[in-house]
Write a protein that binds this ligand. Sequence first.
Ligand code: FAD
Length: 491
Amino acid sequence: MASAPKNTQSPPTLLWFRQDLRLSDHPALTEAACRGPVIPVYILDEQGDGAWAPGAASRWWLHHSLADLDSSLRKLGSRLILRRGESLAELRALIRTTGSHCLHFSRRYEPAAAARDQEILAALRSEGVAVEVFASALLHEPESIRTQTGKPYQVFTPFWKNLQSGADPLPPLLAPKRLAAPDAWPDSLDLRALDLLPRNDWAAGLRESWRPGATGAKALLRDHLPDILPHYPEGRDRPDRDGTSRLSPHLHFGEVGAREAWAAAGGYRGNQGNTNATPGPDGPRAAWRRQLAWREFSHHLLAHFPCTPDQPLRPAFAAFPWLADPVSLRAWQQGRTGYPYVDAGMRQLWATGWMHNRVRMVAGSFLVKHLLLPWQAGARWFWDTLVDADLAQNTLGWQWVAGCGADAAPYFRIFNPVTQGEGFDPEGAYVKRWVPELAGLPAVWIHKPWEAPEAVLRAAGLGPGRSYPAPIIAHAEARTRALAALAFMKG
Ligand SMILES: Cc1cc2nc3c(=O)[nH]c(=O)nc-3n(C[C@H](O)[C@H](O)[C@H](O)COP(=O)(O)OP(=O)(O)OC[C@H]3O[C@@H](n4cnc5c(N)ncnc54)[C@H](O)[C@@H]3O)c2cc1C
């Protein structure tokens, strides 16, 4: 490969990558590339996310995503400089050693990261550095979408209507074809020195399930999305089918931009795209964009209500009488609740770092309403185990499940894990995959093995000593208990 053209005319721009690990639709990078030499840098700042530093599954993903980004940058004649430490100190050191006086980065919305960014912006600008912040993670900035009275939306449907009736998101930008290198590269750590991979290798299931990085994201957009899109409105609710995009970790790490995901379904007015998706309010394209709008909504909520990762949006819920029951919490985490649909979800999460949305709702509801354990405990477990762990989406999901957030499930709605399983996994294929000890059961019993006749259980290999656990709590009892605990909400 020919070495990249050196530009000795202008000092390099530092391009600080964070949750935008891609080269296309990256305004901060595009603008930097137009100016002259670029030094791409990633800083692992373990304090920078406050109490929400990336969990173990996210760290695994990040390692591979950074490797992919470096390899893509090298194809453009560039490379990724890796640092570890406090962001401002590392940026100052880079500015000093490279002679750069221009820094570009993409905006983040998580409270701790946003506050840290403001401090960096103020400090470096006061030191004469030209700092520019670009918006690229969302379709629209949180300040730009408001109710008629100028307030942030707290209900999804009007938010979605507003999004549909407003201006289209900007079309995505193409990746630069070449990046000018600086006269000299600053020192970089080796990727392994970031220590992102687990010491005991538990990540085999993650390796089998994912291809982290923008290259993997592009492959899903190109090869998988056109296959699932025509059936997306029904298929997205079926954990027994491969009916969703699996783009969530890629979207979280910014390996694909929201505008690219929107455009991939021919999302622009007058453009049918290259899919067979039918336009119209109920067509696959609209259904796809609607889910992207949920992502958008979650980020808008987090930006406007920064306390919500820890505190319920509806203040009355702060007084909820949660139980402290580490034994039940452990059973839930390990997929041993005795409810096959819940256990399948929790085991899929442990094995692959991902769980189908429908099952996240039921497994989440089970923790909060059947076991009366705090939603924050569920959010923390998801945070550590999900490869797509995202503060905005995880917070929205858990507050929705608990009934204490924006546009939440009614607090008195208690998912029945048996009927949910029967409705969305009718043959039990999902359960059989993730709870293999039940694979011999006929579909009629798969979601309620405790009701199966003795002979059926024996024939399925579920005799004494090899049993699947009995339900940790009976559904009817859990329902009565939860409704009693929730009665205070009526007052
Ligand atoms: C308790 C709970 C916790 C959750 N935690 C997270 C999380 O940490 N990170 C995360 O990305 N999603 C989270 N979700 C939302 C949702 O489950 C995932 O986004 C989805 O399962 C990802 O799979 P996919 O990419 O195949 O989705 P697709 O159906 O292909 O959807 C496309 C994209 O739209 C967005 N999206 C879809 N559904 C939702 C939704 N309900 N809320 C917000 N955005 C959505 C995602 O970015 C997703 O990648 C959570 C949901 C619940 C109920």
